[in-house]
Design a protein around this ligand. Sequence first.
Ligand code: ADP
Length: 174
Amino acid sequence: MKRAVYPGTFDPVTYGHLDIIRRSSKLFDSVVIGVLHNSAKTPLFSVEERVNILKKATEDIENVEVMAFEGLSVDFAMACNANVIVRGLRLITDFEYELQMAQTNRKLAPDVDTAFLFTSLQYSYLSSTTVKEVANFGGDISEFVPPFVVDLIHQKLNTRRRLEQELPHEPGRA
Ligand code: ADP
């Protein structure tokens, strides 16, 4: 049985990620999406929220599951009994980093291989970071993420703005 993992931050999932997930679900018997919990980063969505978003966004794909993980992708792959790590490639700038990661992973775990899928052309510009930036400045993100994710991003950004406005008025604060 060919089992693959697709690790990433997914903060939040975009149509670019979903395209890679859908395509890899046709290439492998099963795919485990690994949502990275990285304590060095401050994501917009918590790891639990990102897992739930991905579960909802992929609920119609039978052979896909979603899990949180911490640490190395190769360890996650081995823990899932998978011998393939799927990664998506958008731009030439992705290539350098991804090649380095793939070679490092091969050294760490020679039985785990990395499979790259090139982005579909219509998503080649798309990243979670730009989606958040566009949303933050009031732009339309409906072509980048599923409708329920559009709503969640706006809710998060509104909460964040409210908190930022409230902070200076907290009692005891200068
Ligand atoms: P990471 O922080 O690990 O790069 P991301 O959530 O940004 O995590 O992306 C996870 C994977 O999905 C990476 O391999 C990335 O290159 C790929 N990816 C992200 N956006 C796209 C896209 N628009 N098209 C194809 N692959 C993508």
